[in-house]
Design a protein around this ligand. Structure first.
Ligand SMILES: *[C@@H]1O[C@H](CO)[C@@H](O)[C@H](O)[C@H]1NC(C)=O
Ligand SMILES: *[C@@H]1O[C@H](CO)[C@@H](O)[C@H](O)[C@H]1NC(C)=O
Ligand SMILES: *[C@@H]1O[C@H](CO)[C@@H](O)[C@H](O)[C@H]1NC(C)=O
Ligand SMILES: [Cu+2]
Length: 395
């Protein structure tokens, strides 16, 4: 009698300790990242003081710095203000000429189009982190300057919601969410083929809990105009994916990817055990050919669907910008943990996986967002979130 109760107890205590472990990991990570953020503010204060001694006024200070927050930690009305502004961008006309991108219809599409066009140069390349930093910053600027948004770009803390992202504030489908999951349509796992045919095992991603059109919340009405280009098992849209191809927003949100690639352990290791930019980027994007998607790929495929599951067209899902907010947050705070060696550290070439072969990206190289926004900018001016055009921090 006594013994039959033992296994159950053992299971229970094992579960309890893994829950405690997860809470400890969350607390430890949040402490580490909090300290990194404080270091950035401390540095700003010092620089402001040094400038003041020379009679110069600092432009980015602890008093005017923009604070980007986790979507789930924002007040409901602030979340709604954000999605209202995104919908405003989706009503304004595109600036991208239709002679270049025939399918662009809105200002929102301008951002999608430039990402489509530049995908082979801004992923698994030296510009990956800097380009996406500049990209989401200009998106935030467009929301503020063209659509009257008063807040800042939110981010998505993957690990926090890894057990059930579909029920999280981001995807629960309430009026204060980023829109719900896609309608549940039973479907097979997604099989991503390896870059080199036959060289590596394919990556199998368990089916999520959606698959169909988003039916609740802010983006249930949205028209996805561009793409797809690189959606697995789906041929490209008209004009190679740059043509007009209006359809609903589909998502396949579920816990599989986040639990596997974006849990607290993974992010803790990324932040504490990757000591140079090469290792940091590889871990974040997943070392090619290993079957590991990394937290960057994990977040993308935790959203999945169309266009979320398409490397080229993924910014066509408004959740993209919150996912890349978290990528930028982790880069920012990783840099702050050792600014002397990390502030200007770059690794990679100017083409995806150096194919075709290209030069190493340098701090002098320019990136640009085409018709979406802004001027070309040198990599050296996007390496810090408190200099150049930027003045923001993540809490
Ligand atoms: C969807 O569009 C209709 C018609 O434009 C509008 O009345 C409705 O409020 C929209 N719903 C959402 C969730 O945006
Ligand atoms: C957490 O992520 C790591 C690394 O991606 C993985 O090896 C591990 O299995 C994950 N933990 C759980 C509980 O899924
Ligand atoms: C590019 O960077 C790699 C890694 O740092 C280095 O081994 C290689 O020599 C560099 N190539 C050129 C052409 O500088
Ligand atoms: Cu991208």
């Amino acid at each position: 009698m006594k013994f039959s109760a033992l296994p159950a107890l053992a299971v229970f205590s094992c579960l309890a300790s893994s829950i405690n472990a997860a809470q400890d990991e969350a607390a430890q990570l949040s402490q580490l990242l909090g300290e990194a953020a404080n270091d950035i503010l401390g540095q700003l204060r010092e620089e402001e003081g040094a400038l003041a001694k020379r009679g110069v006024e600092a432009s980015c200070t602890v008093r005017n710095i923009a604070i980007r927050r986790e979507f789930g930690s924002m007040a409901p009305e602030d979340r709604k203000a954000y999605t209202d502004a995104v919908q405003c961008l989706q009503r304004k006309s595109n600036l991208t000429p239709n002679s270049l991108v025939p399918g662009a219809r809105t200002r929102f599409d301008d951002f999608v189009a430039v990402h489509q066009n530049q995908t082979p140069y801004i992923h698994f390349s030296g510009t990956f982190l800097g380009w996406h930093r500049y990209f989401i910053w200009h998106y935030e600027q467009a929301l503020r300057n063209e659509c009257g948004y008063k807040g800042y770009q939110p981010y998505w803390d993957w690990s926090k919601w890894a057990a059930a992202p579909q029920d999280s504030p981001m995807f629960d489908g309430s009026p204060y969410s980023m829109g719900g999951n896609g309608e549940f349509i039973p479907h097979d796992p997604l099989v991503l083929l390896p870059p080199v045919e036959g060289a590596n095992p394919p990556i199998v991603i368990d089916a999520g809990l959606g698959g169909g059109c988003v039916q609740s919340g802010p983006f249930s009405n949205m028209s996805v105009n561009l793409g797809p280009i690189g959606l697995t098992n789906t041929p490209p849209g008209p004009d190679g994916g740059l043509g007009y191809n209006p359809r609903c927003l589909k998502r396949d949100v579920g816990p599989f990817c986040l639990q596997k690639y974006n849990n607290y352990t993974r992010i803790w290791n990324l932040m504490t055990q990757r000591h140079n930019i090469r290792d940091f980027q590889l871990d974040l994007e997943g070392p090619p050919g290993t079957g590991d998607l990394g937290p960057h790929g994990g977040g993308h495929f935790a959203i999945g669907g169309d266009p979320g599951g398409d490397l080229f067209t993924s910014p066509g899902d408004p959740a993209f910008y919150l996912h890349h907010g978290q990528v930028d947050r982790l880069w920012t705070l990783w840099q702050a943990l050792d600014p002397a060696t990390r502030r200007n550290a770059l690794d990679g070439t100017n083409t995806m996986l150096n194919d075709p072969p290209s030069a190493n990206t340098t701090l002098e190289d320019f990136i640009n967002l085409g018709y979406a926004a802004g001027q070309p900018i040198q990599m050296k001016n996007v390496m810090s979130t408190v200099t150049g055009p930027f003045c923001y921090i993540y809490l």
